[in-house]
Design a protein around this ligand. Sequence first.
Ligand code: HEC
Length: 120
Amino acid sequence: MSRFLIATAAALGLALGAAGSAQAADSKQVYDFYCAQCHGTDGKGKGINVTKDFATDPRNLTSSSEMEKRSDEDLRGVIKDGGPSISKSALMPHWRSTLTADEVEGLVKYIRKLCDCKGK
Ligand code: HEC
């Protein structure tokens, strides 16, 4: 009986651990797929989609001095509802019909890693 419990606990622990790291990997994948063409794979705002015709440059998401001015709620909002929702450029699309709430949450955490900063 106790052997069974230990084995179950170990299996659960493994499953939870795997789910945790899979989520982090997923957020990078989501970012690379949907965001990197503008914000760049490195987050610096120089993705391959960005040309001189862009009236507004995509935010350099690695800039801690800029990104620490935004709360996590601000980031969630602009990802879901796009640039115009915070009086910013419509070149920042809205993602509310593309991404799930979990994916948006993962991206907020991913952006905090890119800027190595906390929200206000
Ligand atoms: C078509 C190009 C494009 C794509 C794709 C794009 N963005 Fe943006 N993004 C922009 C532009 C341009 C701005 C700057 C808007 C401004 O400053 O007026 C911006 C701004 C932002 C901001 C606001 C930063 C701030 O100053 O508060 C965040 C956060 C952001 N983008 C995250 C994302 C995420 C996450 C994705 C992928 C799900 C994404 N963006 C995809 C172009 C893009």
